[in-house]
Design a protein around this ligand. Structure first.
Ligand code: C2E
Ligand code: MG
Ligand code: MG
Length: 733
């Protein structure tokens, strides 16, 4: 029987007060009523003294936290509960301490009890009112509290769901957008920079298609874990959907650092994944844009990073790329290529040219690699590096590949002796079930001995269905064709491939040959290792991209069995080749520089040069990471300090090292860095904010030179320019 009966209380709450007059209850009954409310868990009550120390708290409230009431009584309320500063409430509620200090009444303030020893996250809502005695003296607070843990946890889960990707636990698109918007808005006021990286996985779709969606999901999870490991806590990482990831890196504008990060991301993501006993290999491309240089608001920055990503993918994948304003034209061009490529075959615009592979130690060609050339009606020659990736994406590659195989076999059949032809086969083609039939038809219709046909494939074929891949290998070997592993060392370079796949030849990628002759470079050792491995497995080795005498000497000495590169010849048309065959052989002459020079690119570009408070216009003749040759100023003394304005806010501080009449060799104080493609760029740029301060509109940097110092205050009475400017229009137009 309850301590209270209806009689005691004097009527239920629903009874009409008029028909059932309230009978005053005694003090002891009031206490019992309170006890009853508390014991039924209908409400908890608390009271403080004038100092804010708890004088009362419902016992079950203390018990819910796993503590004795006596341990809490006497402590300050603000020590027992703290304001719940979840992100959503940020800035909305005034702190509890403030309310208490000001003796304000408050209602349903969310708080977190600090003493919770139950290990279960707990939230309370408390209300309180200041109490005064008859003399209007403050005597403390009286209030109620209730446990809202359940609904709070629910709303936290719901808001997590709205902000985070359930698969990977990374931020979702919505959260990334709002974080970027918030960050950029705040940073605009404080003139801070922020980098945005966009990542798109290469060949993810193939994993999904061959290993199934659950495997694809598992792969995405592992990618997310790697990203978190590489980028760390200072960045916000998100999955925008599908295989698209995004990273926001606040306060970074150093393109050297970002380029290194880009490289590391690509390297780490490209390491093999183990998924339910299967191996999967993917890659990634990265586009990088930096606020405020490449965009001031979120929309602009995202579109810049997207364009950079697009360019990175178009450049052959597995690359990073910084945004630059000329990429806008690149995107248009890519679209055009895609459209025109569909008609290229029908319009007879494609050619196959053949580059010799020379037997090391002789000058005689043993094989020719078929390289596709596209003569576009309006744009002229378009490089396969540009159109093959687009063809692969749009599956036009199957038609192009079939055409190349047919043509190459037909052409090779006209060559003397046992000279071979090597045809590039893209992974998409290789995994096509009709591929074997295409090879059979190419051989049958040309009558070519299968031993003279070599198929060059890259390591990316191994990421497809392993059973289908190995079946295809067997069937091709049964036909009698030879197999070469192209670009070895650039992809995943797993020795397992070499063990299991029946290759006749390994092609050492040209990136290992390049720089192999430079001191402190591991490339020579890597070449030696690949050659001895191939020797042990009975395979030939080709050194790709040999250009200079010293590179040729090195790769020959290290044991490469075949040499391919401009030192002997680029790719030649069939009619040129046929004219050169004599007595069943074909010889090539070495023609190349004695030494490989560290990359110095020849350029002809007008740039600005700033010296003291004058700005000149000079012609950039060549450019390397460490320096440049400029032309346009007469007799600039050696040792002169100056600033080269390379456009779009890129200012490079330099010193004149050589000077002869109007030509100077200058050395940069801070070396330039790669822009991810073939170009060079400065690590840092002049911020649009600095330009805005000099009177330019605040917008992401448009292309062109910035006459920053031209408008700077000129010294007292103006100074004379130190150097005589040569008229560039006469010299170069
Ligand atoms: P790859 O198969 O690695 O071909 C070698 C590339 O290196 C060719 O570029 C060749 O011109 C270039 N090369 C050769 N010697 C030197 C040298 O000494 N120095 C330098 N810097 N480069 C040298 P190309 O013709 O631009 O082809 C680029 C890539 O496009 C090829 O790389 C290949 O992956 C792809 N490709 C070309 N033709 C076809 C084709 O018919 N089918 C497929 N699927 N891909 C093709
Ligand atoms: Mg090749
Ligand atoms: Mg290659």
């Amino acid at each position: 029987m309850s301590k209270f009966s209806r009689q005691d209380v004097g009527g239920s709450a629903s009874d009409d007060a008029a028909s059932c007059p309230v009978v005053p209850i005694a003090d002891h009954q009031r206490i019992e009523l309170l006890d009853s409310l508390e014991s039924l868990d209908i409400g908890w009550f608390w009271a403080t003294d004038t100092e804010g120390r708890l004088t009362y708290l419902t016992a079950s409230a203390a018990a819910s936290l796993g503590v004795e009431r006596s341990a809490i009584i006497g402590r300050k309320l603000t020590e027992v509960v703290v304001a719940d500063r979840s992100e959503d409430d940020e800035g909305r509620e005034r702190p509890l301490a403030f309310q208490l200090g000001a003796r304000n009444a408050f209602v349903d303030v969310p708080v977190k009890p600090v003493d919770g020893s139950t290990g279960v996250p707990t939230w309370w809502e408390i209300s309180g009112k200041p109490c005064f005695d008859a003399e209007n003296e403050f005597v403390g607070y009286r209030g109620r509290a209730r446990d809202v843990s359940h609904s709070r946890q629910h709303s936290i889960d719901a808001s997590r769901l709205a902000k985070f990707d359930t698969l990977t636990g990374l931020a979702n698109r919505h959260r990334m957008e709002s974080q970027l918007r918030k960050t950029l808005k705040a940073y605009q006021a404080s003139k801070r920079s922020c980098a945005l990286l966009m990542l798109d996985l290469d060949r993810f779709k193939q994993v999904n298609d061959t290993l199934g969606h659950p495997a694809g999901d598992e792969l995405l999870k592992q990618v997310a874990q790697r990203l978190v490991k590489i980028v760390g806590k200072h960045a916000e990482i998100g999955r925008l959907g599908g295989d698209e990831f995004q990273i926001i890196l606040p306060d970074v504008d150093d393109r050297g650092r970002l380029g290194d990060l880009g490289k590391r991301l690509i390297q780490m993501i490209s390491q093999p994944y183990s998924i339910d006993g299967s191996r999967a290999i993917i890659g990634t491309s990265v586009g990088i844009a930096i606020a405020p240089y490449d965009g001031i608001d979120a929309e602009e920055l995202v579109s810049s990073a997207d364009l950079a990503l697009y360019a990175a993918k178009g450049n052959g994948r597995g690359q990073y790329r910084f945004f630059s304003s000329d990429l806008k034209d690149g995107a248009r061009q890519r679209k055009q290529i895609e459209e025109d490529l569909r008609d290229a075959l029908a319009k007879d615009e494609l050619r196959l040219h053949y580059q010799p592979l020379i037997k090391a130690g002789s000058d005689e060609a043993a094989c020719f690699e078929a390289l596709m050339r596209w003569e576009h009606a309006e744009d002229g020659f378009i490089s396969p590096g540009q159109f093959i990736p687009i063809a692969e994406e749009t599956s036009i590659i199957t038609d192009l590949g079939e055409w190349a195989l047919m043509r190459a076999c037909r052409d090779c059949a006209e060559w003397p002796g046992d000279i071979k032809v090597a045809v590039n086969v893209s992974a998409v083609q290789f995994s096509d079930e009709n591929f074997l039939g295409v090879v059979e038809r190419a051989l049958a219709s040309s009558g070519l001995d299968p031993q003279r046909l070599e198929l060059e494939i890259t390591e990316s074929v191994f990421m497809g269905d392993p059973h289908a891949t190995s079946r295809m290998f067997k069937q091709l070997k049964r036909l009698g064709v030879r197999l070469a592993l192209d670009d070895f060392g650039t992809g995943y370079s797993s020795l397992g491939y070499l063990r299991n796949a029946p290759f006749d030849k390994i092609k050492i990628d040209q990136s290992f040959v390049r720089g192999a002759t430079e001191p402190d470079n591991n490339n020579a050792a890597i070449i030696t290792a690949i050659v001895s491995l191939a020797d042990a497995l009975g395979m030939d080795t080709v050194a790709e991209g040999v250009e200079s005498e010293d590179e040729l000497a090195l790769v020959t000495e290290r044991g490469a069995t075949l040499i391919q590169g401009f030192i002997y010849s680029g790719a030649l048309a069939q009619d040129v080749l046929l004219g050169r065959f004599e007595d069943g052989t074909i010889q090539f002459e070495k023609k190349g520089p004695a030494k490989h020079r560290s990359e110095r690119r020849t350029v002809f570009r007008r740039v600005g040069l700033i010296h003291e408070d004058h700005r000149y216009e000079v012609m950039l003749r060549n450019l390397s990471r460490t320096g440049a040759m400029i032309e346009g100023l007469l007799d600039v003394p050696i040792g002169t300090d100056l600033v080269l304005d390379l456009g779009a806010g890129q200012l490079a501080v330099a010193k004149v090292r050589r000077s002869h009449e109007a030509v100077q060799g200058i050395e940069f104080e801070v070396p330039l860095i790669s822009d991810g493609a073939d170009g060079l760029c400065t690590r840092h740029r002049v911020s649009p904010y600095a330009l805005a301060a000099a009177g330019m509109p605040l917008a992401a940097l448009p292309p062109g030179n910035y006459p920053l110092l031209r408008d700077a205050p000129v010294s007292e009475g103006g100074s004379r320019p130190s150097f005589l400017q040569v008229d560039l229009t006469q010299r170069f137009n």
